[in-house]
Design a protein around this ligand. Structure first.
Ligand SMILES: [Zn+2]
Length: 376
């Protein structure tokens, strides 16, 4: 049992906490630090999803209340990686992190063959480090800065900088703390740094990614997720009312939304995943793909809606009324009009009949005002 363990900083990576323990105790042996922390000299210094958290928890001072589950949820990238996974996978991954080795964990998550590349060097935000030095007198590694696809700080919006610490290269059993030597070099700003459109998209991605780290409900039922996506696709007119997806429209919209950031983020080039994520989910998708898909939906205008619906009463908005009138004027049939407005044909018939001063099926002289119709 350890008598000392550092107090964690906000959003600190477990790797960073262990590295600061190593530095604060003035240990000269990386293997000795592993023995202190885990009771084993063969634990690998993993950044994203470290194992042996149960053994670590048992060695930490009890007053810190750092249970294995808390270590996983608050100090690793576990909540990010399981955010869209079925509950059984969440439980399986958590068990691997807490009770055993985490080797092959990306296979368990079904994302071992993903095209999304993880950063090799630990990254940092110069503004965050300046804040940390002022407040606590030392730097530390943050979780949000190590997430795949995150190129700017979610808090400051500035480009992240690669440190000289590459855990997979020669440091497999060593936790390296952030300091002025490995984080001090002047870096050349990326070419997109002055492009505000590119920065805005990258900041949106960073903030959505970081938000997953703080999620307290892990995982998602795949049936619910598929249904939610289907509903959103119909709502944005990327799919017909029956759910048939217009893949060309979807891919064109994706290209238009993400064009400004394509040169910054190579993951935006390949969109095979986009074709599959809108179908029934037969395999897992990388969290970054769910984030990009959510961002695309949020930046796409929903179809005009019937604003309020109860079993007996429909209240149409002015926008809905105007669109209904335009469709009728264009000579669209009842069913085509209903499809375009995402309502059933009966609703179209009732609304067009009940618009004041409009003969049934002809809304040419309708005033652009909200109307009410009684249904049933
Ligand atoms: Zn920052």
């Amino acid at each position: 049992m350890l008598s000392y363990f550092p107090a964690p900083y906000p959003d600190e990576l477990l790797y960073s906490l262990l590295a600061r323990y190593h530095r604060h105790t003035c240990s000269v042996s990386s293997k000795g630090t592993l023995e202190d922390l885990f009771g084993s000299r063969n634990v690998r210094a993993t950044v994203d999803l470290p194992g042996h958290l149960g053994a670590l928890s048992r060695h930490l001072p009890p007053d810190k209340d750092l249970t294995a589950e808390r270590l996983a949820s608050e100090f690793t990238l576990f909540p990010y990686y399981v955010a869209f996974q079925p509950p059984m996978v969440v439980a399986d991954v958590l068990a691997a992190l807490t009770h055993g080795r985490a080797d092959g964990i990306h296979l368990r998550l079904g994302i071992a063959t993903t095209t999304v590349s993880a950063a090799t060097a630990l990254r940092y935000c110069p503004a965050c480090h300046a804040d940390a030095l002022t407040r606590w007198g030392e730097r530390y590694w943050r979780r949000a800065h190590q997430l795949p696809g995150v190129l700017v700080c979610p808090d400051h919006g500035v480009p992240l900088t690669d440190s000289s610490v590459v855990p997979s290269l020669g440091h497999q059993h060593e936790f390296v703390a952030a300091d002025h030597r490995n984080c001090g070099s002047e870096s050349v700003p990326p070419v997109w740094a002055n492009d505000h459109k590119s920065r805005a998209i990258l900041l949106d991605i960073a903030q959505r990614s970081a938000a997953l780290l703080n999620g307290r409900r892990w995982g998602m039922n795949p049936v619910d997720l598929t249904a939610r996506y289907r509903h959103a696709l119909i709502d944005r007119r990327f799919a017909s009312a029956s759910g048939r997806v217009d893949q060309r429209h979807l891919h064109d919209a994706f290209a238009a939304v993400f064009a400004p950031a394509c040169s910054a983020l190579p993951e935006l080039e390949g969109t095979t995943w986009l074709t599959s994520i809108v179908r029934k989910h037969r395999h897992a998708f990388h969290p970054l793909h769910h984030i990009l898909f959510g961002l695309l939906l949020d930046r796409s205008d929903p179809a005009p809606k019937v604003a309020h619906l109860t079993p007996r009463r429909v209240v149409a908005t002015t926008e809905f009324t105007n669109r209904l009138r335009d469709l009728v004027r264009q000579g669209e049939g009842l069913r085509a009009t209903a499809r375009a407005l995402n309502v059933d044909p009966n609703t179209v018939r009732l609304l067009s009949n009940d618009i004041p001063n409009c003969p049934p099926g002809d809304t040419r002289n309708c005033p652009p005002v909200a109307v009410q119709a009684v249904v049933g």
